[in-house]
Design a protein around this ligand. Structure first.
Ligand SMILES: Cc1cc2nc3c(=O)[nH]c(=O)nc-3n(C[C@H](O)[C@H](O)[C@H](O)COP(=O)(O)OP(=O)(O)OC[C@H]3O[C@@H](n4cnc5c(N)ncnc54)[C@H](O)[C@@H]3O)c2cc1C
Length: 477
């Protein structure tokens, strides 16, 4: 039996004062945040899940699928879907673009297995929506990974080489003409397509998952921040409104998990921001963006964009802004400077928009890990408190796998999920404060200057190139 530690902080004192995040365009389109379930915070459960986003809800649903009689509770700080899951870009991609990282942590067989599993997750999400009558606006357009600057040509070369070596090529090389045609934008020089990827309306998916979880008998406590845990054979899960006990606990609090001491150095919360235009279906027809591609460029502060069902452009930018002490403060709801950068890049990418108004803009927290892959496992000193963090702006499809892995850990099932290479791995760590914010901002500013110089056709300074090279790489939000 593991030796049980003292109480474990889940939210810091400062974080408890942080305001809830406001509505995204998606949540508004889906009819608004769910009304609070209003359940009284008490009782004993087999499994208690902290966090009502994709990861927490998939975990609850996978547990119920495997053990329908299990008593499962989800505890959510604000409302299910109010975090990243209800405010992301809705690009649903596999892990083939992360194949280098998977090879590094798991070797050939495991990397292949996890990459295929992430592809299967896209099918599984589609099937889940069909089975449960969730209209999540799923559209099969593939993922288009592009280069918009000379320096970004062949940004995918290493990924393609790894796929080639592994004998599975999920990407199709497109001609520059095809990229220009598909995107309807003059800025793309080159691109590759992953045809298996889709886009969806994320708030509709997360609200659908919440409904199904309730139908399956999961208890959901909302407006209920978990403050700390008292480990033991029965874990006490403390909130401001009472406590519940659980045989097992799963921590699925995404960027907020930076407050949990054992996880704090695995991730750093960074900002990503999205703007949405008013509907422009006629313009989209004119510029020839006829498909439903999810598009990314190859900047470190990546741009990611897609159409909405009613003919808007939703355009996001991983601006990487940080907050002191890893707080998810008001800037993670709306980061004005990030939103200005995002809109500027939208208008540069689609000059045809002219003065078309932006109707919505918001920001959100990304739980960036060093290698862009999640980190799952069991907290040291416990055998029944599990975690899954570090989705790194690429969690819509992978969170389905996360739910499978966390369900296996919670149920103590030894299988291909609980034993996979993502579990209990020892990741590269971010430094503690003050280095985390100070160093992070120095690197971020260097990235910004390097990208501005490249855009202006100038050579970035040697120092900026050197410092920007220290940023954890990513081709996702
Ligand atoms: C702007 C943006 C764009 C993105 N675009 C994409 C994309 O296009 N494609 C893609 O694959 N991924 C994207 N992502 C990432 C993706 O949204 C996430 O990886 C995914 O939603 C992860 O889900 P989650 O459950 O871990 O996090 P969340 O949805 O954030 O859920 C965590 C939940 O925990 C709750 N919580 C926190 N602390 C506590 C506590 N103490 N007690 C109780 N509850 C707590 C929070 O309120 C939150 O609801 C994007 C993210 C953002 C922010």
């Amino acid at each position: 039996m593991a030796k049980h530690a003292q109480h474990i902080q889940v939210l810091s004192r400062e974080q408890r004062r942080d305001p809830p995040l406001s509505l995204s365009y998606w949540m508004e389109e889906a009819g608004g945040l769910p009304s609070v379930t209003g359940a009284r915070v008490s009782g004993h459960y087999d499994h208690v899940i902290v966090g009502g986003g994709f990861v927490g809800l998939w975990t609850a649903l996978h547990i119920k699928q495997r053990q329908p009689g299990a008593a499962v509770a989800v505890i959510e700080r604000y409302r299910c879907g109010s975090g990243a899951s209800g405010r992301n870009g809705g690009s649903v991609m596999s892990w083939w673009s992360e194949i280098g990282g998977l090879l590094a942590i798991g070797g050939r067989e495991e990397a292949l297995r996890l990459a295929h599993a992430s592809q299967d997750a896209i099918e599984a999400i589609e099937q889940f929506c069909l089975t449960h009558n969730i209209d999540a606006h799923l559209a099969r357009g593939g993922w288009l990974w592009t280069a918009t600057l000379e320096d970004h040509r062949d940004a995918w070369a290493a990924v393609l080489a790894d796929c080639d070596r592994l004998g599975h090529m999920p990407f199709t090389l497109l001609s520059p003409q095809d990229v220009a045609l598909r995107t309807g934008s003059p800025v793309h020089l080159q691109g590759i397509l992953e045809p298996g990827a889709v886009t969806l309306q994320p708030a509709r998916l997360v609200l659908g998952m919440r409904r199904v979880a309730l139908e399956k008998g999961v208890t959901i406590f909302e407006d209920t921040p978990v403050t700390h845990l008292q480990p033991g054979r029965l874990v006490q899960v403390h909130t401001d409104h009472g406590l519940v006990t659980g045989e097992s606990v799963v921590l699925a609090t995404n960027a907020w998990a930076a407050a949990i001491p054992a996880l704090s150095r695995f991730i750093v919360p960074v900002n990503s921001s999205i703007v949405v235009t008013e509907p422009v279906p006629q313009l989209l027809r004119e510029i020839g963006w006829a498909g439903d591609e999810a598009i990314n460029d190859s900047q470190t502060m990546v741009n990611y964009y897609r159409k909405t069902r009613d003919g808007r452009i939703a355009f996001g930018k991983g601006t990487g802004a940080l907050a002191w002490g890893s707080r998810i403060d008001a800037t993670f709801d709306r980061h004005e400077a990030s939103l200005r950068m995002t809109e500027a890049d939208l208008r540069r990418t689609y000059p045809q928009l002219g003065q078309t108004p932006i109707t919505h803009g918001w920001s959100g927290p990304i739980d960036r890990s060093y290698d862009n892959l999640p980190i799952l496992g069991t907290l040291p000193g416990t055998d029944n408190i599990h975690y899954g963090v570090g989705w790194s702006g690429h969690g819509v499809a992978p969170s389905y796998l996360g739910g499978q892995i966390l369900a296996s850990l919670a149920l103590k099932q030894r299988d291909e999920w609980s034993e996979c290479a993502l579990v209990n791995r020892v990741p590269k760590r971010f430094p503690p404060e003050p280095l985390r914010s100070v160093g992070g901002n120095v690197i971020r500013n260097a990235v910004r200057r390097r990208e501005a110089a490249r855009l202006a056709g100038k050579k970035p300074s040697k120092l900026d190139t050197l410092l920007a090279g220290l940023a954890p790489g990513s081709n996702h939000p």
